[in-house]
Design a protein around this ligand. Structure first.
Ligand code: KG4
Ligand code: ZN
Length: 354
């Protein structure tokens, strides 16, 4: 089955063509990071307008690269939420319009489902069930994944997401948005034991069994530290390294405890922060010591992309659960004759999928 995936939930236009037998055939991505950088964050209206400009040329490019025709498509898969409403509307309306024109289904995919299934695109994919750590700019969650469409929430952040904490701390140290990768690079040159920063919600974890996260206190601790110390270049590298170690400590400890609690031995790491090398190094080492294996998406599929959305659509179709979530009209087997579609800027993954 051939599925065209469309991702426009935030600041990346991602398009991909996935074949359930042959795997990923082609994909393309346009990132708006440079455009938003001068504002210090994503400007929703600019994001929507840029998606409008990019989406159709990228769709044509991907079809051409794969040597595919629109008539060959079996389904469209698009990010229906969560994300920026206007940005979501672009991909959603293009996907539904194409699906109506071609007489094939349009599958609304949850953005985080795309992220957590993305390691299945790699050469050595995990099997079900597994624990997924989703760490992106907007989300930090631990999920138990029993099968495609069966996701149970184990813990999530009560305030900032891990990527958000990276970006805000990076901004404090003078990096342009999104500064997570630059902060991680600087951390590589610093001493992680120079400053002792808090590990929020960690001390009590084994007593309470709580797998939630909180990162806003950590960010504030860095703010106070930077104000007090006014660090020079070397000092900033030490702040970056100490911050990264604190956040990695929390993510590693909670992930391993989630494996222990669920009795599972496979961990999948997805989302932009999953590209962090120190996190990978520590997780690999400590999970192995516990007899567990960690799976990551390819680097290019850690951040937002169309491939994970096309894949999620393909797996849903394959598993026979290719219908819209409860409350929505089914989009299979054919297009909705009312031509109606909706986006879901706020959408709880476990509630939507169970
Ligand atoms: O998954 P993603 O592309 O977008 C969202 O859906 O949010 O994640 C982007 C986030 C940003 O906060 C970015 O700073 C962070 O992932 N990120 C990193 C690294 N690469 C990307 N954070 C830490 N270390 C990295 N190497
Ligand atoms: Zn994302």
């Amino acid at each position: 089955m051939l599925i065209l995936g469309i991702e426009t939930s935030c600041d990346e236009t991602g398009i991909a063509l996935y074949d359930s037998q042959r795997g990923l055939l082609a994909h393309a991505l346009h990132t708006q990071i440079a455009m938003h950088q001068e504002y210090g964050g994503v400007v929703p209206e600019l994001a929507s307008r840029d998606h409008i400009r990019r989406v159709l040329p990228l769709v044509r490019q991907v079809m051409r690269q794969a040597g595919a025709r629109f008539d060959d498509l079996d389904a469209l898969a698009y990010t229906q939420g969560p994300g920026l409403a206007g940005a979501l509307l672009v991909g959603t309306s293009v996907a539904n319009a194409l699906a109506f024109a071609l007489g094939i289904p349009a599958l609304g995919i949850h953005h985080l489902e795309g992220h957590l299934l993305s390691p299945l695109l790699a050469n050595n994919p995990p099997g079900f069930p597994f624990v997924a750590l989703l760490v992106s700019g907007g989300h930090t969650q631990l999920m138990r994944v029993a099968a495609v469409g069966e996701y149970a929430l184990l813990g999530e952040t009560v305030d900032d997401a891990a990527g958000e904490a990276f970006d805000k701390t990076a901004s404090l140290l003078g990096f342009a948005y999104p500064g997570g990768p630059a902060l991680a690079q600087l951390a590589g040159q610093g001493r992680a034991d120079r400053y002792r920063l808090p590990r929020p919600m960690l001390e009590q974890m084994h007593k309470t069994g709580n797998l939630d996260f909180s990162f806003s206190g950590l960010k504030t601790a860095v703010l106070l530290l930077v104000r007090k110390e006014a660090p020079d270049a070397a000092g900033k590298a030490d702040v970056a390294a100490s911050f990264q170690e604190a956040i990695v400590d929390v993510l590693v400890a909670k992930s391993l405890y989630a494996l222990e609690q669920t009795g599972l031995n496979q961990l999948v790491v997805a989302g932009g922060v999953g590209a962090n090398r120190r996190l990978r190094e520590r997780l690999d080492f400590e999970a192995a010591a516990q007899g567990c294996t960690v799976f990551y998406p390819e680097f290019e599929f850690c951040t937002d992309n169309g491939a994970m959305i096309a894949l999620a659509g393909g797996l849903r179709l394959g598993a026979g659960i290719a219908k819209s979530p409860p409350g929505e009209h089914a989009k299979v087997p054919g297009p909705d004759p009312s031509y109606a579609f909706t986006v879901k800027p706020r959408w709880d993954l476990s509630a939507a999928m169970l």
